[in-house]
Design a protein around this ligand. Structure first.
Ligand SMILES: [Ca+2]
Length: 521
């Protein structure tokens, strides 16, 4: 698709302002979309692609039909892999909603964008990559869960069209199916106006996305960011999917019962808000929880199909770059844990699928380690723009095209302790192609090393293995090198906020004992 000549270069500030006011309903939008960023250099000869980015919440990497899940069916996501590119080793640099979302929007590690938890405000002056797209003449829309900077639903910079809600939102307007059942009716912020949420959120957000796609002119490139609440807890399936997987057997993950050399904090977390003994301080049936997660995911799969159908209807399917990704994973009993935050694969690994038949061969599989910080540079490059200097991520477009290029050998992971959920400590990790090294901070405990080749479930901590000491030393050195290179040698500290989920069950697992390797006579 070619954009009109006047839109190919940077737009004058007055024109952007005028477009904002004239088409999007008022001065709030104009203020939010002001082009405060410099125009990026264009890639010679590159066509500005239409871009669709679909973000799922807490969708773990292997909850996909085509990857062999025991019962979950994801025909639409399967089709993305079949017709496009599967990024088999995709990760997030922080497995928590707000930090991961900020890394997607900025291409930066959490310690650089400083959205390190789900509560604190977005630092002023942070640039979101859609601002560059606007500057380059794109029309942009954000539809769905924002969840950065606390509870705001207000339109944010970088987007002409805005549909969002406060915090986590609710699947149904009355909160049915959750602890918030019969809550005050939920409302959406649509371009600065408060409107009632009408139905099941996954479907309704998709309706808004389709309405916007339908309204677009044929000759201006666009960027749609569809950001689902699904499949965040508490899981509430659409009516048409409720009970679909009732009674399906859910295998117990091997590490739920055996994790050799687990740090004490992991053993202790088993009996906590985020552990299998006392999940959410209740007697949660983890298998039933997993089934409901899968049923809730089905509407998400439907949503992907409806977006693809609309692209087809508008004649844009082959030329549009569609990216599907999860904002973090989710454990269902692995290592005795539920939830995310940890550096284990179930937590930091996510599904990532890309489709654009004009650019990528169908059925391509990328095995290099890619991450949420790569999304911004990748989509900017797909827009025909050279990503700005100073990003932590890199464009993986060449990998998706099947090219061989030098690539990272290890990915930095970081998570900063939250008083609200005190059972997961501050963690830094380096995830390489073969080994993962996890470094704990601020706790008298042990680090971890896993050989992902021989032990993909991370069931055997090799941190005390004599033959692996050179690997431990090397990865420790490299971890701190990356942190130093990216100004990460500090710990963010914010005032306490809210309650602390710090309870244990009296008849649950006992407190961990010190590792034998540290005991002396
Ligand atoms: Ca999440």
């Amino acid at each position: 698709m070619q954009s009109p000549r006047f839109l190919r270069g940077p737009l004058p500030r007055w024109l952007i302002g005028l477009l904002g006011v004239a088409t999007l309903g008022g001065p709030i939008q104009a203020a939010q979309t002001a082009p405060e960023v410099p125009a990026l250099e264009r890639v010679p000869g590159a066509k500005p692609r239409n871009l669709v980015f679909i973000l799922a919440d807490d969708h773990r990497y292997d909850a996909l039909g085509f990857l062999g899940h025991p019962f979950l069916e994801t025909p639409q996501l399967d089709s993305l892999a079949r017709n496009g590119v599967l990024l088999r080793n995709a990760f997030v640099t922080t497995a928590l909603c707000s930090p991961s979302r900020a890394s997607i929007l900025t291409g930066l590690y959490a310690h650089r964008h400083r959205v390190v938890d789900n509560n604190n405000p977005i630092p002023p002056g942070l640039t979101f990559f859609p601002q560059y797209l606007q500057r380059a003449g794109y029309r942009t829309a954000f539809i769905g869960k924002w969840h950065m900077g606390g509870e705001t639903d207000a339109p944010q910079r970088g987007f002409h069209h805005w549909v969002s809600f406060r915090g986590q939102g609710e699947y149904w307007p009355d909160g049915r199916g959750t602890a918030n059942s019969n809550c005050p009716p939920m409302r959406l912020n649509v371009d600065g106006r408060s409107v009632p949420q009408r139905g099941y959120l996954t479907d309704e957000l998709t309706d808004y996305a389709l309405d916007w796609l339908r309204s677009l002119p044929a000759d201006q490139p666009f960027f749609l960011y569809l950001s689902h609440k699904a499949v965040h807890a508490e899981f509430v399936p659409a009516e048409r999917h409720r009970g679909r997987y009732a009674g399906k057997p859910v295998p117990v993950p091997p590490t739920q019962t055996r994790h050799d050399g687990a740090p004490m904090w992991v053993q202790n977390q088993r009996n906590s808000w985020h552990g299998v003994d006392f999940a959410y301080h209740s007697r949660l049936d983890v298998a039933e929880y997993h089934r409901r997660y899968c049923e809730t995911l089905l509407a998400l799969d439907d949503s992907v199909g409806r977006v693809l159908d609309m692209l087809r209807e508008r004649g844009w399917l082959d030329s549009t770059v569609v990216v599907y990704q999860g904002d973090n994973g989710f454990a269902f009993g692995e290592h005795g844990l539920i939830d995310k935050r940890s550096a284990y694969e179930e937590s930091m690994r996510v599904p990532m699928l890309v489709q654009c038949p004009d650019l990528f061969r169908s059925g391509t599989v990328v095995t290099q380690v890619v991450a949420n910080i790569d999304v911004a540079p990748t989509l900017l490059e797909a827009a025909g723009l050279k990503p700005p200097n100073g990003l932590d991520g890199r464009s993986f477009l060449p990998l998706a095209r099947g090219e061989t290029i030098p690539w990272r050998t290890g990915l930095l992971y970081e998570y900063y302790w939250e008083r609200n959920f005190p059972h997961t400590p501050t963690l830094h990790a380096l995830r390489g192609d073969r080994y993962k090294y996890i470094h704990v901070h601020g706790l008298w405990d042990i680090d971890e090393l896993y050989d992902l080749q021989s032990d993909p479930a991370e069931a055997r901590n090799l941190i005390f293995s004599p033959e692996h000491q050179p690997v431990v030393r090397e990865m420790n050195h490299r971890l701190f090198e990356v942190l130093a290179e990216t100004e990460g040698l500090y710990l963010p500290l914010y005032p306490d906020r809210g309650n602390s989920a710090n309870l244990r069950r009296a008849d649950g697992s006992p407190p961990a004992t010190f590792p034998q390797e540290l005991m002396r006579p």
